[in-house]
Design a protein around this ligand. Sequence first.
Ligand code: PA5
Length: 435
Amino acid sequence: MLFEHDLSRCFSDAIGESGIDRSAFEPVLAQTADSLAELREVRQKAGLPLLELPAARDDLIQPAAVAERLRRSSDQVILLGTGGSSLGGQTLAALAESPFGPRHGRPKLHFLDNIDPVTFEALLAQLDLSRTGFLVVSKSGGTAETLMQFLTLYPEVERRLGRSGAAERFAVITEPHANPLRRIAQRRGIEILDHDPGVGGRYSALSLVGLLPAMIAGLDTVAIRQGAADVLQRALTDDPAESQPAMGAAMNVALLWQKSLRTTVVMPYIDALASFGLWFRQLWAESLGKDGTGSTPIRAMGTVDQHSQLQLYLAGPQDKFYTLIMCPQAGKGPRVAPALAEDQALAYLAGRSMGDLLEAEQRATLETLAANGRPVRAINLPRLDERAMGALMMHFMLETIIAADLLGVNPFDQPAVEEGKRLAREHLAEMAGRG
Ligand code: PA5
């Protein structure tokens, strides 16, 4: 078992009337049977490429060669891309990289998903471009932010290294049809990897979009896919009660419909999952926030947000569903030397490891939330590795798709965002007109 999915503290028999009655949960869960049947059918017909990814292997050959090329020539690799083209890679790479540096022999990955000119000027001033690789990711090949990043960085690299030297430093991932990014890459001799048109940006973490950065960081990408395959295998059963993603989706939606809980907080107690919270936030928000429905995802971090958000979570408005993601921590990490903790007030820390404290705090938060009548799900990972990460990602993608089905929205589009993109282009054109 790659993780335990515990919804017991969401029911009224555990937390009182703010929880869901088991009898009222059943009909919502029963509705997910249709979604599961549809997913099984689609999978049988190989109709949803996301569900094909866990078993695929051939598509990893070209990314592995590109990862090796960039790894050999670079001390750092910069990923240019935004939203779903960046967050999956960020989430996976965080498994390998500590905040203090990359794995031994691996380049440091930087994900530049914004377009702040100050950041870019600092990058150009500080990085040794002759030892920097660039991965440009855009499914559409037309996202203004990513194109702005690429079009401003590339000339500088070409100026310093020449055209073929610059091409050696770059790789592009984009869809296999004519688009602006693809055309520029072709003209410049930059290697292009095809983004599967059937895999949406925020569902692309298990495709080469997430796995190429993961390879550069030194992760076992087959294990990531194996974890996803394990979840997929068990999730699409006839019996929704046996399907953890169906249970999770039904609980989210039951809490929304029956208790008006419009916010869902995901709070890992593991630093390596800090980006996972951001990835989940985009997945949930962009997939479900349509037609006036959906719930607002919040990414929190334990223990940090115990000192920032927990007061609100425990005693503020009763409008949130909590998911705590935890690993066993007892005994891990450095210990407090008893001699240094001789002060009576510090006796509780003497001889304790950092993991002991983290273990105690994550358990305390789980129990306190439940004791205050706050519905809280516990996801317990025996260990966090590539396989567990692949499993978690597949779980939350399926949970999102099933929740979308319950809510009657399409999880794969983002019509409102497209409108904003169109307006931004118009404003830019107006600026050009004004000179
Ligand atoms: O999930 C999505 O579809 C979006 O967040 C996209 O990933 C994001 O807008 C970037 O799009 P593109 O990959 O086309 O540059």
